[in-house]
Write a protein that binds this ligand. Sequence first.
Ligand SMILES: N[C@H](CCC[C@H](N)C(=O)O)C(=O)O
Length: 270
Amino acid sequence: MTLNFTKMNGAGNDFVMLDNRDLSISLTKEQIEKLCDRHRGIGADGLLCVEPATADGDFKMRYYNADGGEAEMCGNGARCFGRFVNHLHGDKLTKIRFETLAGIISAEFEGSQVRINMSTPHNLKLSNHLEVAGAGLTVHSVNTGVPHAVVMVDDLETVPVREWGAALRYHEAFKPKGTNANFSKVVAPGSIAIRTYERGVEDETLACGTGMVACALIYHELTGEPGPISVLVKGGDTLKVGFEEPNKSEYTNVTLFGPADFVFQGTVQL
Ligand SMILES: N[C@H](CCC[C@H](N)C(=O)O)C(=O)O
């Protein structure tokens, strides 16, 4: 099978994009894993397919992690999805709505930057004291389309992201689905810096969109700092997380704004 693909990245979180509007593409978990393999395949943190809507969206977004498993949502992927769909329509669209397993996501375009409206955050929990790889950590958690654990730290450089990240990702407290793991430092009022270990990539990524939103909301919960929150990610980009809080711990109009870039196009034999 010959596949035409587009490679994109959102703040360094990179993806294989497939136009499957005709539903002619059907990939196995192993095939997706191979496509995402950085030595034997194209190489990416995940793969996204554009599919026809089946409910009240304009399109359907399918997201698969590098391990080939389907996940409910991907914030950086959704921004790339929006820009890719707009490109397929001659860059004439201003706003699209697409279906995901986490609900309807909308995307608006400002050049190469994309703002998405996230699904409603839920399962927010503060200050769960857990033993993580032998360390006693205060762990917050929230689902921003996918599950996220958030640990506030003073020094991002020395955090053992892989060790603590993997221990949190598989921790008893987050079974059976597991979680993504974020380490978040306050840089200045309204500004945080984060590092993320991603479920399904099983490593640190240069950025994680749903993780940025999770860290911004936890930061707000702990400090009362209003949005938008600036979030500096490992890859060096700073993105904006916006939100409204009509009442305590109910969040509406949660947005993520940042770059979604094309890298190359190609064909691959499967
Ligand atoms: N690895 C995540 C999905 C992708 C999240 C991340 N790439 C983003 O931008 O939100 C999970 O399985 O929960």
